[in-house]
Write a protein that binds this ligand. Structure first.
Ligand code: MN
Ligand code: MN
Length: 463
């Protein structure tokens, strides 16, 4: 055997996605990315992502799952968990005793939340106090265009939905940073200390209420604008969820337009890739389940996080339709937990093990484990589970690569995988490689987005 043949047969040599992409796939990829971009423009918070998916699912024939509902193969059901997370399923032809095929992603992203008592005036400028949500580099959130998204519950029960900063005619908002000329002290601080959490105050207004000579004239002016437009008073902030996110749309990046730049690819890029192929299923063999969870960025906690029993409640209702034990169903199920991973960045090569890191344009990343400091917090998939995914992807033409989150002891991160595995469900981590994860603008490659969607379709198909 020639050395060339040996090389071919023995070495693992992943290929660049564009060396494998057919013309037909390229068209499909561009079409998929247009749909994804539209989703990103409409869904910047978990609430907006749920609203968007419910609307699309309803159009595709999905119905709210009701306890005691009779279900037959091909039936499409979903449960909207209090507007913040959602679980959808297409009933398969096989018994639920054989388990289900699950995809799980999250739809919350790092951001700044408005505090319960947020509005104040200092030096004749009105501000919102904020408390950041999830892991952010605080300095990145100053001097960029910001928008307010959220809801306000009024005392009378009325719910007001607020979005300001996205339409071309809307004003935007901003957190200030210090001018370089006076930054002698600030520039000596670390990146972590240069901007503090309590400095992330959002500028709302600088003009006084007309004809007013009392105190807090700017604060009052801001309140009167909000009151005029939304009918809210200061006390209403106590029962509000207002979030501050980067303003603007998902855009193509690079002269070749091969990347997409947007706020919150983590993890809506996997959420959309999981959700869309579910709509195309008619009657899968095993029941296909898609979970879009909230609160991953703060530990998958709370009523809408992946640790919530809301998932058990949904699955138990489905299992009850076939008199199947929920625990048996879980024990035979498979879950692809999909969350973004770090794409190798040649600007920071020292943070990664190049041999094991995912790269842009090499397809969906499969992570045997995530976690930090000796795999802490990881689900750490077995060889068998990895083998299943490898065979499944090979059968379905899914281009994938292995991924690890940075070099050993550099840091790390978790996903919802561990919480699925805790339920006695075989779980593997996968996700789209991202540059500048958790920054106000994150970058992903169109090719990897497309391959992740293909991976999810393969999971629903099973083997
Ligand atoms: Mn994530
Ligand atoms: Mn994240």
């Amino acid at each position: 055997m020639s050395n060339e043949t040996l090389r071919e047969q023995l070495l693992f040599q992943p290929k660049h996605g564009y060396d494998l992409l057919t013309a037909e796939q390229r068209t499909e990829m561009e079409e998929y990315c247009k749909k994804y971009s539209a989703f990103m423009d409409a869904a910047k918070t978990e609430r907006e992502a749920v609203t968007y998916t419910v609307e699309m699912a309803e159009k595709a024939g999905f119905k709210p799952l009701v306890a005691g509902m009779e279900l037959k193969p091909g039936d499409r059901v979903y449960r909207n968990n209090r507007g913040k997370s959602i679980i959808l399923a297409v009933i398969g032809s096989a018994s639920l005793n054989e388990g289900v095929n699950i995809t799980a992603a999250h739809i919350d992203s790092p951001r700044m939340d408005v505090k319960p008592n947020p509005l104040y005036e200092d030096s004749e400028i009105a501000f919102f106090k904020t408390h950041y949500y999830g892991g952010i580099k605080k300095y990145q959130w100053t001097t960029i265009p910001l928008a307010i998204h959220g809801v306000v519950y009024k005392k009378n029960g009325e719910v007001i939905t607020i979005t300001i900063g996205e339409a071309d005619t809307d004003p935007i908002f901003c957190v200030s940073d210090l001018l370089i000329h006076l930054s002698a002290d600030q520039m000596r601080k670390t990146l972590a200390e240069g901007i503090t959490g309590e400095q992330l105050n959002l500028i709302l207004g600088t003009t006084p209420l007309a004809g007013d000579e009392g105190s807090d004239r700017m604060k009052l002016a801001v309140l009167s604008i909000l009151n005029e437009k939304y009918g809210i008073i200061e006390e209403d902030f106590l029962s509000a969820e207002l979030t501050i996110v980067p303003a603007g749309k998902c855009r193509e990046v690079g002269l070749d337009r091969s990347l997409l730049g947007a706020y919150g690819h983590d993890d809506r890029v996997c959420a959309f890739a999981s959700f869309l192929p579910l709509l195309d299923l008619t009657v899968p063999t095993k029941t296909a389940v898609c979970v879009l969870a909230d609160k991953e960025e703060i530990g998958s906690v709370g009523i809408s996080g992946m640790q919530s029993q809301c998932f058990e409640d949904f699955m138990a209702d489905i299992c009850a339709s076939q008199n199947v034990s929920l625990l048996h169903c879980f024990a035979n199920s498979f879950c692809l937990s999909s969350d973004v991973t770090n794409a190798f960045d040649p600007n920071f090569p020292e943070t990664c093990d190049k041999r094991n890191n995912s790269r842009l344009n090499y397809g969906v990343g499969i992570c045997k484990y995530t976690g930090s400091r000796g795999k802490g917090g990881a689900s750490d998939a077995s060889a068998e589970a990895m083998g299943y995914v490898r065979s499944l992807f090979a059968e379905n033409g899914v281009v994938w690569q292995s991924a690890t989150l940075g070099k050993v002891d550099q840091g790390g991160g978790g996903t919802v995988a561990a919480y699925m595995a805790n339920r006695n469900i075989v779980t593997v981590d996968a996700g789209v490689p991202v540059l500048c994860m958790h920054a106000p603008m994150e970058l992903v490659s169109k090719y990897d987005c497309y391959m992740t969607m293909k991976a999810m379709a393969a999971v629903y198909k099973g083997r």
